[in-house]
Design a protein around this ligand. Structure first.
Ligand code: DX5
Ligand code: ZN
Length: 217
């Protein structure tokens, strides 16, 4: 089994205490942070701003991803470059994916493609040779705390079976401890940890990040 990469979803953290939240997660041995950027158009919500992103960038040395849930990535990519995103995910459904993926590559960042639950492998597989990572949404993007869309399991099953896959797969949305356990055993490497992982929200109770991370590992 490959090493699990755990990526806390910062839109689920306490916005009033990012500094202490990040310090605790860093100390607990988290791998990377997942930063959700929304424009209110591609999805009917707003999450982290680029000002939040820039602030978090100064709080940790760990890699930050930028998950761009936006109608026009070309407006947002310069900010992702400027504020030091290590891996940038653009949605296939935003359109012009290949153009954006090449732009990310040209700027020396890891190239990520995100796909909505309804988007099939067949639609996006021609892009596989030019990406470093595929972010597979288990829910419709935009909100934390949703339940998973069952049809995504079949797609994940096919993805997990690809031989000599050159890109990583990162699951996002309703990623519970059971989901991590199941898919890590089947060869999926990376997991976005929001409320479903019990890292944030009511399910966490008064457990420390260290306790939760030890369980998820
Ligand atoms: C939703 C975001 C996710 C979200 C996951 O669109 O992309 O990162 O925070 O959180 P949960 O675990 O609550 O689904
Ligand atoms: Zn996300």
């Amino acid at each position: 089994m490959k090493v699990k990469v755990l990526c806390p979803s910062i839109m689920c953290a306490d916005f009033g205490s990012f500094r202490s939240e990040i310090a605790q997660m860093d100390a607990a041995g988290i791998d990377q942070y997942h930063m959700d950027i929304m424009d209110g158009e591609f999805v009917p919500n707003f999450a982290l701003s680029w000002a939040d992103f820039a602030a978090v960038r100064k709080m940790t040395e760990k890699p930050l991803d930028a998950h761009l849930m936006v109608k026009d990535p070309s407006i947002h990519l310069p900010y992702a470059f400027k504020y030091g995103a290590d891996i940038i995910y653009v949605h296939f459904e935003s359109g012009n994916a290949a153009k954006h993926l090449y732009e990310i590559r040209k700027n020396g960042r890891k190239v990520g493609l995100a796909i909505n639950p309804e988007t099939s492998i067949e639609k996006v597989q021609t892009l596989f040779p030019i990406i470093d990572s595929l972010l597979v949404m288990r829910v419709h993007p935009g909100f934390s705390g949703q339940i998973a869309i069952p049809e995504v399991e079949e797609k994940l099953d096919k993805l997990a079976k690809i031989k000599n896959r050159k890109f990583s797969i990162r699951l996002d949305g309703c990623v519970s401890p059971d989901v991590i356990d199941k898919w890590a055993k089947l060869g999926i490497e990376e997991f976005v940890c929001g409320t479903a992982s019990e890292m944030f929200g009511e399910k966490r109770g008064n457990r420390s990040y260290k306790e939760i991370i030890d369980i998820l590992r």
